[in-house]
Design a protein around this ligand. Sequence first.
Ligand SMILES: C[S@@+](CC[C@H](N)C(=O)[O-])C[C@H]1O[C@@H](n2cnc3c(N)ncnc32)[C@H](O)[C@@H]1O
Length: 208
Amino acid sequence: MLRSLRLAWHRWTVRRKMDRVFGRGADPYRYAASPYETARLDAMEAALSGRRYANALEVGAAEGHFTRRLAALSDKVTALELSPVALARARTATDGMPVRFIEGDARAFDGAGGPFDAVVLGEVLYYLDKPLVQDEFEQSLARMAGWAARGGLLLLAHGFADARERARREYYRSRFEAMGFLLVSERVVSVRDGDITPSCLVSLLERL
Ligand SMILES: C[S@@+](CC[C@H](N)C(=O)[O-])C[C@H]1O[C@@H](n2cnc3c(N)ncnc32)[C@H](O)[C@@H]1O
């Protein structure tokens, strides 16, 4: 009971925060203007390119910047997003593309429409990786592992600002490795963006 209340409260606060962020206007994370974000999305796309996906899944699609790229590599895409404000923009951004959107919490997704031959978790796991809902986070990693088809790919891409955050991003990858995924490739994208040089760990894994 207490756990489900904590989860509901966490979901409500994140959705409210994201609706506020996206409600301030389009592209709050400066994806269009930031050389770092462009390089990160390019690296994610490059990791997946060279193959065509019959049935792809993106978790935390936001305004659809990566969804568009994924849709170009795929016959169909399922895109999960918690914020209805972001999701409305993602729908517009992918108009005419074979994308099915699901509004809601990834922790409540049952994998319907799967298994998926590409699963993309880009800048999303750390929204779930919070002490208040840590048990649910660990359980959701196990469920996410099950969404990928055998032989399917899992792409992880999460930014970090320091060694502690990088270690946590490596932990995400190691959890999937412990659940039957093989690391195919991994790189750090690091690009100067104004006064800062953000970095992102981009890891591609295959489900054995
Ligand atoms: C920073 S954006 C990442 C967008 C894109 N995946 C990328 O790589 O650039 C993170 C998105 O995840 C969404 N999100 C956060 N928690 C979520 C959850 N529990 N279920 C589904 N989406 C969630 C947020 O609303 C936000 O739009």
